[in-house]
Design a protein around this ligand. Structure first.
Ligand code: GLU
Length: 417
């Protein structure tokens, strides 16, 4: 990649460097945070259904474990590379520290196109990957989870493979598992719910009544649909939603459960009777109080940022706002709940899942949701206070909260001298 500002690893390093400077910390803090403490590249050989052998490349990054074992998802994607995995592990360090979870950041992946694999091949790849990294992961070392193109079934094969290697059931190895083998209630909805908890807390701190706000949601998948449903349950008026095919708009408010039922049949929200059609681009510019980009990266750019009319942008997706757009929104007084908090509900309930596995005592969904709310609101509060103290955007404030905690842990552990 020629432009270093576009390389995610360099961007993550730059964010840490800035946070260490702003907080006036020992430069040694940055020297430790600027790369993963450990980074593994492994060969993942597996046999195709037709009998031929292919060797894939797999990675696992363990960025920093000052606050606890490393934690983070696994992605299976043809574009996975070393720098991306390192950057994603660094973002997990920030998420975990910001949410006050007793974890550091990790991330892993395999460069593979899952569309080209049969179910049996996918299982073999998943098991081989775990064999390749078995010695460096574990419930007290490094705990993987789902990410792009991985799911509870893959987690189940992986925990099974690891348990066979160890000769003991080790459900705490991995999170995002199916319920029957130690998964947690509420894990699937956690990211969408967490986004609404964090955003409604910010609305509250800005003196807005969330129950009186209007909301637009871009993306109607696992994150967007849950956020829309839950925002409506909390009394907000959800006026627009969209998916890959396009969007729908009704300024009087959409009946979100009816839209969900419609999407299940029609496979898209487009064509929902009680609304007018709009494009994904138009949805972003609607006159609403709260906008949730919960679809793809780079949706709010220098191009459309000046026309965003929402007071709060709550990032459900990873990286939906470009750095230039971030500055424009900040100058226009639009508050952005950054992805490191906006979509941290997933890893927070992963933490609850791991706690349940380690204690073998399982919680109700109400219990999970109550604690999720507490963690999201507390993290939002800490971030907002940093924003007020240093006059920086919330995204930068998130790094300040996280880096301050990690630096304190590294100092008392004696890493800095
Ligand atoms: N992959 C998700 C994330 O990026 C979840 C990670 C986890 O649950 O450990 O936050």
């Amino acid at each position: 990649m020629s432009d270093p500002s576009l390389n995610p690893y360099h961007r993550a390093q730059e964010s840490f460097r800035r946070a260490v400077n702003t907080l006036g910390l020992d430069p040694a803090v940055y020297e430790i945070l600027k790369q993963p403490l450990r980074f593994y590249e492994v060969a993942v050989p597996f046999v195709h259904d037709d009998g031929h052998l292919e060797v894939l490349v797999g990675y696992r990054a363990q960025h920093n474990d000052a606050l606890g074992p490393t934690k983070g998802g696994l992605r299976f994607h043809p574009q996975v590379d070393a720098d991306e995995v390192k950057a994603l592990a660094m973002w997990m360090t920030v998420k975990c520290a910001l949410l006050n979870l007793p974890y550091g950041g990790g991330k892993g992946g395999i460069r593979v196109d899952v569309e080209k694999l049969s179910e049996r091949e996918l299982e073999r790849v998943s098991r081989e990957y775990i064999r390749a990294i078995a010695l460096v992961i574990g419930p007290d070392k490094d705990i993987p989870a789902p990410d792009v193109s991985t799911n509870p079934q893959i987690m189940a094969w992986m925990v099974d493979e690891y348990s066979r290697i160890r000769g003991e059931n080790t459900f705490g190895l991995i999170t995002g598992k199916p319920l029957v083998i130690g998964g947690s209630e509420g894990r699937v909805e956690a990211t969408g719910r967490g986004l609404v908890f964090a955003t409604s807390q910010l609305a509250h701190e800005l003196g807005m009544d969330f129950a009186k706000t209007t909301v637009a949601v871009q993306g109607f998948g696992n994150v967007g649909s849950v956020a829309a449903l839950f925002a409506a349950e909390m009394g907000a008026r959800v006026v627009a939603v969209s998916d890959k095919e396009g969007g729908i708009y009704n300024p009087r408010g959409l009946d979100v459960p009816a839209v969900l039922a419609y999407k299940q049949k029609a496979r898209s929200v487009v064509g929902f009777p009680d609304a007018e059609p709009i494009t994904n681009a138009e949805l972003l510019e609607l006159p609403v109080d709260i906008l949730f980009p919960a679809a793809l990266e780079n949706q709010i750019t220098a191009d459309n940022a000046p026309r965003i009319r929402a007071r709060i942008v709550g990032e459900g997706a990873n990286g939906p706002t470009t750095p230039e757009a971030d500055r424009i929104l900040f100058d226009h007084g639009v508050m952005v709940v950054p992805d490191v908090l906006g979509n941290a509900g997933g890893v927070t309930v992963s933490y609850f899942e791991w706690v349940q596995n380690q204690t073998r005592f399982y919680w109700t969904e109400a219990e999970v949701n109550r604690r999720l709310e507490e963690y999201m609101r507390r993290a939002m509060g800490a971030m907002h206070r940093m924003h007020e103290r240093y006059g920086v955007p919330l995204r930068e404030a998130a790094y300040l909260v996280a880096v301050e905690r990690i630096a304190e842990a590294m100092a008392v552990r004696g890493w800095l001298k």
